[in-house]
Design a protein around this ligand. Structure first.
Ligand SMILES: O=P(O)(O)OC[C@H]1O[C@](O)(CO)[C@@H](O)[C@@H]1O
Length: 388
């Protein structure tokens, strides 16, 4: 398949655009929420106030020279510091924003706030909320279904779990009803990639913790239990990112939540706990997971990991943006062409929360546009999109 010519990168400064709204509206709210979420001391509060001022004045400052990753960001951000936040690529600017939040809270510092997740309180509230109780109880009902329905259920559970994203929730007006009909449905391809050959390694590149990670873990258990995967590597973020992105600590918390639950949920938790102990389920938190770069730029060790998998499943909108490239692709551009660089079969499970879209025919986009309600950035629509 010929390589498509790269269309323009999504920038933050397009008037009226989704990206501009994230910089202008969401980021200041988020800094204020972080400020109020934990009892920070005066120096951290001052640092958070400086960050708030920086995003409101819209002048991007570099990381302090003492930051452990100062040089990497200086290189990635060459020519950008001192300029406006909105004038950088959307993906780059959002990534840098979350890095600056961690700097302000002292996450990497030498003080007592080192390693304290600034988004911990919202993640914990979600994980221990009653919505999760209900969702876990649903696993008992699902266990009575026929095998094929169970498989569909765990896949759709993981897919729609992506709506539970606490960064999107900040400015979203209500949850918005989900539209059951998928924009793209390559689920048959996914099952055939898993079932038509001896079970191998599956990489699952996770997105959000809590209400998304729990159904991801249920999907992983399904793959291991049904012999569709011999081993699973669960990729998470090495540090807090995009509010609710899953870190190793969030995986541990989700597994504890599962094992403490009654019924099927507890059984799933017990099996996965054991799988972690034997290495059938491995955790990886590669630094590249928080880099402001698309997967085309992935380092060799990560490439080798994906290359050795019989399937990589990526979760969520941000991973989709990194997989396809955060660009204004004509929606009909084939997914297979855009992801040809990826070192193995890949399937993306995503609810649509940003402008990137490929592999969707003109008829479908026209019909969705004609329905007269926003669908590309609201998380109401979803897709399962892959290539062998
Ligand atoms: O949790 P997800 O599905 O990766 O979505 C995160 C999304 O939230 C945003 O930060 C804001 O909507 C998007 O830029 C991003 O793609």
């Amino acid at each position: 398949m010929p390589e498509p010519t790269n269309p323009p990168v999504i920038m933050g400064n397009v008037p009226g655009s989704y990206a501009l709204g994230v910089f202008r509206d969401r980021h200041p709210i988020l800094v204020r929420q972080v400020r109020d979420a934990l009892p920070y001391p005066p120096d951290r509060l001052r640092a958070l106030d400086r960050l708030l001022d920086e995003v409101v004045r819209d002048v991007m400052e570099p990381l302090p020279a003492s930051a452990h990753d100062h040089d990497a960001w200086a290189e990635w951000g060459r020519g950008r510091f001192g300029g406006r936040w909105v004038d950088v690529p959307f993906l780059w600017g959002e990534s840098y924003f979350y890095r600056k939040v961690l700097e302000a809270t002292g996450y990497f510092g030498d003080g007592p706030w080192r390693g304290v997740d600034p988004f911990g309180p919202v993640k914990q509230a979600e994980l221990h909320g009653t919505a999760v109780d209900d969702e876990l109880a649903g696993l008992d009902r699902a266990a009575t279904l026929a095998q094929e329905e169970q498989a569909t259920g765990v896949l759709l559970g993981s897919l729609w779990g992506n709506r539970a994203d606490l960064s999107h929730a900040i400015t979203a007006t209500g949850e918005g009803e989900r539209v059951a009909e998928l924009v793209v449905d390559d689920s048959a391809l996914l099952w055939s990639l898993l079932g038509d050959r001896p079970a191998g390694k599956v990489c699952l590149v996770a997105d959000n913790a809590g209400r998304e990670l729990l159904p991801d873990l249920v999907l992983i258990d399904h793959l291991l239990e049904r012999g569709l995967a011999a081993e699973v590597v669960l990729h998470v973020k090495p540090q807090p990112y995009f509010v609710s992105d899953a870190t190793p600590a969030d995986v541990a918390a989700a597994l504890r939540r599962l094992t403490a639950a009654p019924g099927q949920a507890g059984k799933v938790g017990g099996r996965l706990w054991q799988a972690m102990g034997t290495g059938r389920l491995a955790l990886r938190a590669h630094p590249f997971a928080c880099a402001p770069l698309p997967y085309t730029d992935m380092p060799d060790d990560l490439r080798a990991d994906f290359a050795s998998a019989s399937l990589t499943i990526t979760k969520g909108d941000l991973n989709y943006r990194r997989l396809a490239g955060d660009r204004f692709w004509p929606p009909a551009t084939p997914f297979a062409a855009v992801t040809a660089y990826f070192p193995g079969p890949v399937v993306a499970l995503r609810t649509l929360k940003s402008d990137v879209l490929v592999g969707v025919g003109e008829r479908t986009t026209a019909a969705l546009d004609a329905a007269g309600r926003p669908w590309r950035t609201t998380g109401t629509h979803a897709m399962i999109q892959g290539r062998p």
